[in-house]
Design a protein around this ligand. Structure first.
Ligand code: FEO
Length: 398
């Protein structure tokens, strides 16, 4: 069986799906899997653009061998060195010992350190070109999207941008490869999850990369990322979304995230949500930090302007799952949100005060004073939650 897919006359999708790995980077849930995309150009010279995770080599090599049909592989272009894309390099070198590895100076440092490979390098710089025959590839260095060596490769003939992780997301390609063949709303959500979880710390560098592409004034007919669908029908759509997300432009809505042991903090979350609905807010999501992986919570937070965090007190501090969420939020410098805080305590404080402390790093404007109830909310606490909801609704609708 050969399941490679023709993209243009002589360019093929040779990527693979991973439905086995539970956590991407051993961190982010892959309940809908992920694809590792690689592309093969069959010109006078042959070139492979990126590889796949080591565990998927067998299927990957079958596709390449079938399409090469006995020809040599002349070039391997490396847009990104994270092992979900570079993992096949050592075996590829064994199969094609004459291959030239094309990358930038930093790429080669990573290859040496990760795979002890020292030879076969062909270094390119920003704006360099590589002629394959009919196709000419031009390279754009886009550092820190999201590793230092990341770059993009543009095929001038077919106007394809091979963009690395940029514009890519989670989710396997189940038959459909192109944006016009798949349920695009599913992929947009999973691309935002990939962006917010993995690339979101580097929004400035994403903006720099997007501006570099704009300044280059290149026509982009197809975007071929290292994950997710190939955008041939509407590449502008994903560029615009990436621009919006990397400017941290948020939508009207509120995410309420709570940590609750016995339901008392959850009750406050439900109450605030109802009050927000009465204030006219339509997009309201309540998420339990114990049940929902922070990957999905971060994705929703990225989308909406309003965030309300509620935590019980645990061992005189924050509920542990809530702590891992706010640690992440504080470390990743996310912008353009407004915040509400509530919580409970039993005999010592520690939940609400720790949330307030984390917000010293996050620096999100508080819409109302933190609301803290002793064990469970009483009428005076609910009154404060009314005010919190009103203040949040005013901010969202402003
Ligand atoms: Fe898809 Fe940064 O690896």
């Amino acid at each position: 069986m050969n399941s490679s897919v023709k993209i243009t006359d002589d360019i093929y999708y040779v990527g693979v799906n991973d439905r086995d790995t539970a956590l991407f980077e051993n961190l982010w849930p892959l309940d809908k899997g992920v694809s590792y995309n690689s592309y093969l150009i069959l010109d006078e010279k042959t070139a492979l653009i990126d590889t796949v995770k080591e565990s998927k080599i067998s299927e990957f090599f079958d596709k390449i061998r079938h399409l090469l049909n006995g020809r040599a592989l002349d070039y391997l272009i490396i847009n990104h060195m994270e092992p979900d894309h570079s993992g096949s390099i050592p075996e590829l070198l064994q199969e094609f010992p004459g291959i030239k590895i094309v990358g930038n100076k930093t790429t080669f440092q990573f290859i040496k350190d990760l795979y002890k490979v020292e030879d076969n390098f062909q270094e390119i710089k920003d704006g360099s070109v590589l002629n394959l025959g009919k196709h000419t590839l031009k390279f754009y260095l886009t550092p820190m999207v999201h590793w230092p060596e990341t770059m993009m490769t543009y095929d001038e003939k077919d106007k394809i941008l091979f963009s690395g992780d940029a514009f890519g997301g989670f989710g396997t390609l189940d038959g459909g490869i192109f944006d016009d063949e798949v349920r695009i709303d599913f992929f947009e959500d999973e691309i935002r999850r990939y962006f917010s979880n993995i690339i979101g710390k580097y929004t400035k560098m994403v903006q720099r990369a997007l501006n570099k592409l704009k300044d280059a004034n290149i026509d982009i007919d197809i975007i071929a990322a290292t994950h997710g669908p190939v955008w041939r029908k509407d590449p502008k759509r994903i560029i615009d979304l990436y621009d919006k997300w990397s400017r941290c432009e948020t939508e009207k809505g509120v995410v309420i995230v709570y940590g609750s042991m016995y339901g008392n903090t959850e009750e406050m979350a439900e109450y605030v949500a109802r009050r927000l609905a009465e204030e006219g807010i339509k997009e309201i999501k309540i998420m339990s930090v114990s049940k929902t992986h922070i990957s999905y919570i971060i994705n929703e937070i990225w989308k909406y302007k309003g965030v309300i965090l509620g935590s019980c007190t645990y061992n005189q501090g924050l509920f542990p799952y809530m702590e891992s969420l706010v640690q992440w939020l504080a470390h990743n410098d996310i912008k353009n949100h407004v915040l509400g805080i509530f919580g409970t305590y039993g005999w010592s404080g520690g939940g609400v005060s720790t949330l307030v402390k984390y917000n010293e790093q996050m620096k999100w404007p508080l819409v109302y004073e933190p609301v803290e109830a002793k064990l469970s909310a009483k009428s005076e606490d609910f009154k404060k939650l009314d005010e919190l909801a009103k203040a949040m609704a005013r901010e969202i609708n402003s």
